[in-house]
Design a protein around this ligand. Sequence first.
Ligand code: E4P
Length: 216
Amino acid sequence: MKFFIDTANLAHIKDANDLGILDGVTTNPSLMAKEGIKGNDAILNHYKTICELVDGDISAEVLSVTFDEMVAEGKILAAIHPNIVVKIPMTKDGIKAIKWFSDNGIRTNCTLVFSAGQAILAAKAGATYLSPFIGRLDDTNWDGVDLIAQIANIYAIQGFETQILAASIRNPLHIVKCAEAGADVCTCPLSSILGLLKHPLTDIGLAQFIEDAKKM
Ligand code: E4P
């Protein structure tokens, strides 16, 4: 399973990248706004900086909603760097745009996915990645990890090549459960990635070894 970091925060991106286990970055308009990135030039520059920091796929989301505008905007985003993946919302125009990008050799990440039916449509349109939002599903009392397992099963049966990118990860257990359920990628906040490190028995064991090492 690939690990992406889900942020537009450069310090978090550097921190995760320094671990040596980072395969890419996802962003969205909310994450960009949180970092105070405003205006076209600043947005494009920020994506460029992220591409220079991380050698992996970088999702850049379109802000427009119509097919023509998404295609125009996606072309500009894709021209920033070969690692850019154009992130497109799961809408009727979005599916048309994903098909257009797929036919024109531009990779896409279909975002805001909450059902298996949407996952089938995105795969048919040729999406490179599919982003089911598991944390937001959990928030509404639906099991997000169950959706990952269902989509993984459908894609395996049907031979779809779209990669399942588990998104809206809220904690380290989500990452473990998504790995079990067959996600190809997990995009996580830094806190969830670092949360995987933690176990009290590791801390207790290490403290003991350090103490005993003094007697050696
Ligand atoms: C990433 O691609 C998604 O935009 C992101 O994971 C959404 O996460 P949230 O539900 O925590 O906002």
